[in-house]
Structures are given as structure tokens and as C-alpha cells.
Write a protein that binds this ligand. Structure first.
Ligand SMILES: NC(=O)c1ccc[n+]([C@@H]2O[C@H](COP(=O)([O-])OP(=O)(O)OC[C@H]3O[C@@H](n4cnc5c(N)ncnc54)[C@H](OP(=O)(O)O)[C@@H]3O)[C@@H](O)[C@H]2O)c1
Length: 272
């Protein structure tokens, strides 16, 4: 089966292996500065030079340090890359976050991202997580208003159910959904199908399961002459044409290994 290498969000054609910056740009617990800023910038720039044109960040990563570092890394390539960021999730200590989907908070969060990213308009802005105390229509409605004001080009929602997607679509055009989805965790399969049917991008976060694979995955990959991460990324690319995988890495070697997954496909994905 042939699979497309790209998927379009609006007029922008995205290569379906992007880059997630949550870990490489922050310290332990997704908190504070990266211990190795030079490496983080180098690995992001190498990714772009090898065709990655979708970079994912969020104000909660650091908080703020990831957005600042991504802005610096992408600066020489600004027009070539779609940057996605997120708001609505407050990082208040290492390893701990709280959703806040109040319209006034989302406006403040977005203004902060615009300043840090040195832009008038965010390419793709996600509601990071639905606030259980605020109806999703209110949070997404507030983002749709910011989009009408020109501060957001494309709107997305993250960590949602198919039902929440429907509710969000009742108040805004949703161009992307971002949930966990990988070879070992297929809980979002219904959401992948729902977005695929509506031509909405599905951004698969945690696509290589942080490198923690169970035995069958590793065995299957070994038999096919690829690594388990490559098998997992190849599986995602073939699962549905709207999936964009955003593996994060601090290693140039792992980056290259991940990008090779475009051309690798086992005889079948499941264990015999
Ligand atoms: N929307 C949300 O709520 C949400 C939640 C989680 C993540 N995300 C996004 O998704 C992105 C990816 O998620 P993630 O970082 O949690 O999980 P991931 O991409 O599945 O795993 C990243 C980890 O796997 C390792 N890795 C990557 N490629 C490898 C390879 N080829 N061989 C060996 N190890 C490899 C990396 O270590 P090395 O540095 O050693 O390579 C890193 O520690 C994040 O950066 C973020 O942008 C979003």
C-alpha cells in the first residue's frame, strides 16, 4: 500500500513526520530551561533541514521556555515551517499541570504566546486540554473569536473525545486534533477515524511511546530489520492518511532513524 508523505492544513502541506519539542526544550518534569540549549537548537534545525516542517510546542512546556527556544531555532526557517502551540493548561510545578479553559485566561495565554513566538498570528493553536469546569463550546468559542481577530490561523483541540470534537465543531472550524496514539496505545482509534472522515489533521502525540515498547513490538520490528520506533512510526503513517506523528528527540541519531520510517514497511504490522 502506498501512503502519502504529506497532509494539508489549509494551504500548508505538512510532511507527516513532524517534531515534538516538549522534552528537548525543557528540564526534568517538563520544567525550566533545557540543560543543553545548543543541542536542542541543533536537533530542531537538523530536523527542518531534513524536511520536517511541523513543530509542536506549548506554553506549558517549561512553562514558556519551549516556545522561546522554538522561536529561536525556527527563526531562520520561519516561512518554511508550521508551528503549533497550545494554551489552556497551567504548568505550576515540575510534573504538574491544571487545565484552565476560561475565555479570559485563554486570551491572556494566547497573547503571551504571540509575544514569545514574535508573531501577530499563531499558525495552529490548540486548546491543550478541556477544562472540566468550562463547557468546551465556551473555551473553543473564545479561541474562535481570537481567530476572527486574526491572532490564530488554524484552530485545534487536544486530549479530546469524539463527542467533544463534535461539540467543538458546533462553534468553530477545527483543523487539527492532537491526542496520544501509537502502536501500543490505540485508545484514540475512534477519534482517528472521525477526523479522517472529516479531513481534519490528527496529530499523534507520544508516537513512539517514549521508547517504552512491549516485547511483541520489539520482536516484530527485529524480524523486519527495523527498530521498534521505526515500526511504530511506519504503522502510524499507514494507519490513516491524516495522521501526523510528532516524535520528540534530543538525539541526531534518533532523529535520522525516525525520519527513515517514511520508506520502511513490514510485510504486516501485527504479530503472526
Ligand atoms: N497534547 C498533549 O497533551 C501532549 C502530551 C504529550 C506529548 N505531546 C507532544 O508530543 C511530542 C512527543 O511526545 P513525547 O515526547 O511524550 O513522546 P515520544 O515522542 O513518543 O517519545 C519521546 C522519547 O522517546 C525517545 N526517542 C525518540 N525517538 C527515539 C528513537 N528513534 N530511539 C530511541 N528513543 C527515541 C526520546 O529520547 P531521546 O531524546 O533519547 O531520543 C524521548 O525521550 C511532545 O514533544 C509534545 O510536543 C503532547
Amino acid at each position: 500500500m502506498k501512503t502519502n508523505k504529506t497532509f494539508k492544513i489549509g494551504d500548508f502541506e505538512i510532511n507527516r513526520i513532524g517534531f515534538g519539542t516538549m522534552r528537548v526544550t525543557t528540564g526534568s518534569g517538563i520544567w525550566g530551561d533545557t540543560p543543553n540549549k545548543e543541542n536542542a537548537i541543533n536537533v530542531i534545525r537538523t530536523a527542518i533541514e531534513h524536511g520536517v516542517n511541523f513543530i509542536d510546542t506549548a506554553d506549558a512546556y517549561g512553562p514558556y521556555t519551549s516556545e522561546l527556544l522554538v522561536e529561536e531555532a525556527v527563526r531562520p526557517y520561519k516561512d518554511q515551517v508550521m508551528i503549533a502551540t497550545k494554551g489552556g493548561f497551567i504548568k505550576y510545578q515540575p510534573g504538574a499541570v491544571l487545565p484552565n479553559g476560561h475565555p479570559y485566561y485563554l486570551r491572556t495565554a494566547l497573547e503571551g504566546s504571540l509575544r514569545r513566538m514574535n508573531t501577530d498570528s499563531i499558525d495552529l493553536y490548540f486548546l491543550h486540554k478541556v477544562d472540566p469546569n468550562i463547557p468546551i463550546e465556551e473555551s473553543v468559542g473564545a479561541l474562535a473569536q481570537l481567530q476572527r481577530e486574526g491572532k490564530i490561523k488554524h484552530l485545534g483541540i487536544s486530549n479530546v473525545t469524539p463527542e467533544e470534537l463534535k461539540r467543538a465543531q458546533s462553534v468553530a472550524t477545527i483543523d487539527a486534533v492532537q491526542n496520544a496514539f501509537n502502536y501500543a496505545d490505540r485508545n484514540a482509534e475512534d477519534l482517528v477515524r472521525a477526523t479522517s472522515a472529516r479531513d481534519i489533521a490528527f496529530i499523534a502525540h507520544t508516537p513512539v511511546a517514549r521508547g517504552n515498547w512491549n516485547d511483541p513490538t520489539v520482536t516484530k520490528a527485529g524480524k523486519e530489520g527495523m527498530t521498534s520506533n521505526q515500526l511504530a512510526l511506519s504503522w502510524l503513517l499507514h494507519f490513516a492518511p491524516n495522521i501526523i506523528a510528532i516524535p520528540g528527540t534530543s538525539s541526531q541519531t534518533h532523529l535520522m532513524e525516525n525520519l527513515q520510517s517514511y520508506t520502511l514497511k513490514p510485510e504486516s504490522y501485527e504479530e503472526a
